[in-house]
Each structure stands twice: as structure tokens, then as C-alpha cells.
Design a protein. Structure first.
Length: 518
């Protein structure tokens, strides 16, 4: 079996079809029961669909198809879909729940990515090597699963700020920040119990990147929602790392010197060479140390490395800081290729191989406009001082969304278990930000041995951003969820989890390993 297709981790052999579920699976009954449980909420529309075909294909635009949406999904169990439109004030959020007729008494909360927290476009084909389970993935394992569209974004069109006035829509912001994720959970659980006429025994949530942020916001704000949570490469410290995407451009402007992609690549190669080549480098468990000054005078494909080349490189690696040296946030490990040419993925990118300027990751300007209330601002000429001012403004304005609160005592006291993983070769989110959060947990709870009773952090060498086709093995979706369920329900702490590295094109297994927690 192709590793990507190994999507079944939960044994469903002892479960049977819920009796009379078809009698409860209708709009009238579900509405009545929901309104009993949530008398002050407004459910404007409820639609129930039965699917026994084993297949599903979501509608998707050409843009969404570029990101994997719209592919046919096969091998699905028989299930009911319940779609609910719910008012949050002036806006409407869309909840989608899939509940298999053979249910394992468990609820699965799913998440999104970036500034999208979920929705119909996240009903994608299950992939064992892409972390962050989807509704189809969870349903294939017997879970009732839910996803929620918060109404704040369509593709890259951001509705969080008014396109004309620039005013931040606080209601939509709150939907995205945490409210819609929590609503997905409480309404989704209720739908499962209404359909099956029995309670949810265990609830789990898993998501990667922006979905990892959602996971930790749930743990920190609604500790009773889930028994087990797995946050992968979490986009916590949201403000800090997105502002970090502007830093390389600020450095080049401050130094009045452009570092070409060829010279940038040369520095990477020298880091690999110091540690015995790429293979050895991507198996390192410690932060690599490298001074770009050691390359001054060397010949590269982009020309001789100058002192100012080295100064720019060292400043980019160091990360954002004030003129007085005070660090604002973490940089990236030397050797981590957190930039691209042409492709706008990474902390920053070169629009063309011949560009004389760089641009930040696309989410950076989108988010920065929330800070300035200017929907047309491009941030292309940020000076160091203007950058620091913008950084401070955002910290003050959006400190409620950092997801870095270590005071999760209620979650721990309720018996909750938390898994976090992050690849050392993540090109989008600095790994040290996640380690920083773990250190806060250790400090707050008084020691690592205490934290070990409820949290495991896996920092995986060479692993990429939320998938298993990077430069080192990563945790597969099935292995991670199986470990989390065993920890919650059997008390088996996940001290070792199977990891793999695959060929992204054909799914061929290239390497296996074991992830061990810090």
C-alpha cells in the first residue's frame, strides 16, 4: 500500500449501524433539538443529505484546485451530512458535519490554514502524509467530524477589513480568532448526539499551521472542548512570525544591498558543507551554528561574497530586532531554505530569478493591513524604524491571538492530552517559536516532568511544514492520531511515534524513523 493511502487507524470492527438514525436525520428534528440545547442561537438554515455512494467531490474554483481542493474522494462509509448556517451577529458562519451511520462515539474537530479556519473547500481527499486531519479522513475512521467556514475570507480575498474604509470587522476577526472554531465544536458534538441518540465519549482536534493555531487557541480558551489535541507546526505567535516575513527586505534596505538568490543559495551550501553535507545536516537535532563572515572572499555562482553580503545574511538569520539589539522574534536556522524563487511560499520570495527586490509571504501584507486599517497598503518601502513601529502597533492590537498562553491548568485538570510537532526545516514558521511555548509550559507548571504528564513536543530534524516529503521524516497522520487516542483512552504516553519521508510525486517510501519528544 502507498504510504499516503494508509489512512485507517481506528478499529471499527465492534461497531454497528445506529438504530433508527434515518428517522432523526431530517431538518425538522435536528432544528428542534438544537434549539432546545441552544435557545439563544439563530440557525437560519439546516440541510440534511444522505450519502451512501462511497464517493464525494467538492466544488472548487480553479484557484482552489491548485491547492488540492475538488479532487474526488472515494472509499467513504455511508454517512449523513448536516449543513447549518448560524448567525454570529451581522455575519453567518457555515458548519458542515459528516456523521457515519456506523459511529465510534467520538467527535473530530478539524481546522484550516492561514486565515481560513475550514469550510467546504477543506473537504479534501485523505492523505496520510499531510498532517491535519480532514472531515473525510476522520469519517473513514468512524468519527463524526466537522468543519466551519467563518465568513472572513474567500481564497485570498480578505473580508476582515472593509475594502473601502479599511475598518477592521471585529465580529469577523473574532469568528476567525476563536469563536467559529468553538462553535464548530459545540454544535458539531450536538449534531452527533442528536443523530445517534447517545453522547460523545471522546473528542479530538487536530490541525496544522493555521490549524495548529486553532488547536492551541481551543486548549487555552475552551479547555473542556476536547480530550486530546494535536497541533502540528502551529502558527502560534501569529503576529510575530508574520511580521518576520518583512525582515529580510528591511535588512536589505537598511544595508542598501540586495542579496541575490544565487548568493543566498551559496550560503546554504556552505552551511551544509560545514556539517558534512545535506544528508548529515538534515539529521541534526541541535540548532546549527554558522557565521556568514566565514564566506567572505569566496567565489559563488552569483559573484564573490562580500562583507556586506555576509552582513545581510547574518542579520536575516538573526531575525527581527530593535536598533538597540533587543530581539523582537526568532529568525530561521542557518541552512533552512525559507525562501523561494517565483513561488510565493516561504518567509520571503524572489518574484523572478532576475529580481532586484524580494517580497514577504503573501499572508504578511494581508495581516499587516489589519494593523494599519489600510486595505491598499503594500508595505514595499518599510524602513527599520517604520518596521519596528508597525511591529509594536500589531503587538498591542492583536496580542489576543498569539496562542502562547501557558496557563492551561483547566485543560490539564480535565485530563486533556496535548501533542505538538514541528519540523526543524519548516520554511514558514520558525521552529523556535514553538519551542518557546513549550518552555513557557515548563516554567508555568514547575518542571518538565510535570509537563510530560499532559504534553509531548516533537522537534523533527529535516521535517517540512506539515507534510512528510521534506528533507527528513515526519509524523504521519495515522501514526499521530493513533498515538493521541491511545494516550487519552489507555494512558499510553507517546514516547515514540513512527515517521516517514516519501517521494511527493509518487508516494514512494524513501526513509523511516522515530519521533521522540523533547
Amino acid at each position: 500500500m502507498n504510504v499516503r493511502d494508509d489512512i485507517h487507524f481506528f478499529d471499527m470492527s465492534r461497531y454497528t449501524v445506529t438504530a433508527d438514525i434515518e428517522k432523526r436525520a431530517n431538518e425538522t428534528y435536528i432544528r428542534r433539538e438544537l434549539e432546545k440545547r441552544f435557545p439563544t442561537d439563530v440557525f437560519t438554515e439546516i440541510t440534511v443529505t444522505h450519502n451512501s455512494t462511497g464517493e464525494y467531490r467538492a466544488k472548487a474554483s480553479w484557484f482552489e484546485k491548485l491547492w488540492g481542493a475538488g479532487k474526488p474522494i472515494t472509499g467513504l462509509p455511508e454517512y449523513y451530512e448536516v449543513e447549518i448556517l448560524h448567525k454570529t451577529g451581522q455575519h453567518t458562519e457555515e458548519l458542515i458535519v459528516w456523521s457515519p451511520v456506523v459511529w465510534n462515539d467520538r467527535f473530530a474537530g478539524t481546522a484550516g490554514g492561514g486565515t481560513g479556519i475550514g469550510g467546504r473547500n477543506y473537504l479534501t481527499k485523505p492523505d496520510n502524509c499531510s498532517r491535519g486531519w480532514t472531515v473525510p479522513y476522520a469519517v473513514c475512521n468512524g468519527f463524526t467530524a466537522a468543519t466551519m467556514y467563518a465568513g472572513n475570507i474567500d481564497g485570498w480575498k480578505d473580508h476582515t477589513i472593509d475594502a473601502k474604509t479599511g475598518e477592521l470587522d471585529r465580529e469577523l476577526y473574532e469568528n476567525w480568532r476563536i469563536r467559529s472554531t468553538h462553535n464548530m465544536t459545540v454544535f458539531g458534538k450536538a449534531v452527533a448526539e442528536i443523530l445517534h441518540n447517545r453522547p460523545v465519549r471522546y473528542a479530538y482536534m487536530n490541525g496544522g499551521s493555521g490549524g495548529g493555531r486553532q488547536c492551541l487557541m481551543e486548549v487555552q480558551n475552551y479547555p473542556q472542548d476536547y480530550n486530546g489535541v494535536w497541533a502540528s507546526c502551529p502558527a502560534i505567535n501569529w503576529h510575530y512570525f508574520l511580521m518576520g516575513g518583512f525582515w529580510p527586505e528591511v535588512v536589505m534596505r537598511e544595508k542598501q544591498h540586495f542579496l541575490s538568490p544565487k548568493k543566498n543559495s551559496f550560503f546554504l551550501e556552505q552551511v551544509y558543507k560545514k556539517y558534512g553535507g545535506k544528508k548529515n545536516f538534515y539529521r541534526m537535532t541541535q540548532k546549527p551554528e554558522f557565521d556568514a563572515d566565514s564566506c567572505v572572499g569566496m567565489k559563488s555562482p552569483g559573484g564573490v561574497i562580500t562583507q556586506v553580503d555576509a552582513d545581510v545574511m547574518n542579520e536575516i538569520w538573526r531575525g527581527p530586532h530593535r536598533r538597540n539589539g533587543e530581539q523582537l522574534w526568532y529568525g530561521y536556522y542557518p541552512g533552512c531554505k525559507n525562501w523561494q524563487v517565483l513561488i510565493p511560499i516561504g518567509t520571503y520570495y524572489y518574484p523572478t530569478p532576475f529580481s532586484k527586490k524580494i517580497k514577504p509571504f503573501i499572508l504578511g501584507p494581508l495581516y499587516a493591513r489589519w494593523i494599519t486599517n489600510d486595505p491598499k497598503q503594500t508595505f514595499e518601502n518599510l524602513t527599520w524604524d517604520a518596521y519596528v513601529e508597525l511591529f509594536d502597533q500589531g503587538t498591542a492590537k492583536f496580542g489576543d491571538n498569539l496562542a502562547d498562553n501557558a496557563c492551561i491548568d483547566e485543560f490539564v485538570q480535565a485530563g486533556g492530552k496535548l501533542m505538538i510537532d514541528h519540523g526543524m526545516d519548516d520554511p514558514l514558521i520558525p521552529t523556535e517559536g514553538t519551542i518557546d511555548y513549550y518552555k513557557k509550559l515548563v516554567w508555568h507548571f514547575g518542571g518538565k516532568s510535570i509537563v510530560d504528564t499532559f504534553c509531548r513536543l516533537y522537534i523533527n530534524p529535516g521535517d517540512n511544514h506539515g507534510n512528510c516529503w521534506g528533507n527528513g521524516p515526519g509524523i504521519t497522520q495515522s501514526a499521530g492520531m493513533k498515538a493521541l487516542v491511545a494516550w487519552v483512552e489507555q494512558g499510553l504516553a507517546p514516547d515514540k511515534i513512527h515517521t516517514v519521508r516519501i517521494n511527493s510525486k509518487n508516494g514512494t517510501l524513501l526513509e523511516e524513523g522515530v519521533a521522540s519528544p523533547l
